[in-house]
Design a protein around this ligand. Structure first.
Ligand code: FES
Length: 159
């Protein structure tokens, strides 16, 4: 069966595409990839091909965009995606300790997902809260000025 958006996502896709003049519908690629990731959790090769059909672009053009940006997951991730900033200002405030603690606590390495598919751990570039490091993003929630104890509390508070 060919991959397709749900009717609701399809409607949102059409709204996104309508924002652009017909000759520039390819410009909708990034918002459509975000929508695809929201819909399926990650961007498979099949999803890239599907987005390509929506904007009438060669699949390779969509693949180029999807593989360039690290925010697009190319494989399934855990229920909770933990992203720890490791750019210099956060490095100076001890993000390394946070990452090490998370690795030990979750028993995985950076870039891995726990076997129960609850957590995926990533190191990422600046999360735009440089004056409040160390910083981590858990799905869409940003946590700042982190301590190891706060990390434990955050993990314990997740269902
Ligand atoms: S350097 Fe970490 S949020 Fe900007």
């Amino acid at each position: 069966m060919t991959l397709e958006f749900s009717p609701e996502a399809r409607q949102r896709a059409e709204t996104i595409i309508r924002r652009y003049p017909p000759q520039y519908k390819k410009a909708a690629v990034i918002p459509l990839l975000h929508l695809a990731q929201e819909e399926w959790g990650y961007i498979s090769a099949e999803a890239m091909a599907y987005v390509a059909t929506l904007i009438e672009a060669p699949p390779v053009k969509v693949a180029e965009v999807a593989t360039f940006y690290p925010m697009f997951n190319k494989e399934p991730i855990g229920k909770y995606e933990i992203q720890v900033c490791h750019t210099l200002p956060c490095a100076l405030t001890g993000c390394g300790r946070i990452v090490k603690h998370l690795c030990e606590k979750l028993n995985i390495q950076v870039g891995q997902t726990t076997p129960d598919r609850r957590f995926t751990l990533k190191k990422v570039e600046c999360l735009a809260a440089c004056d409040r490091g160390p910083v981590m993003l858990v799905n869409k929630t940003l946590y700042t000025n982190l301590t190891l104890e706060q990390v434990d509390d955050i993990l314990n508070g997740l269902e």
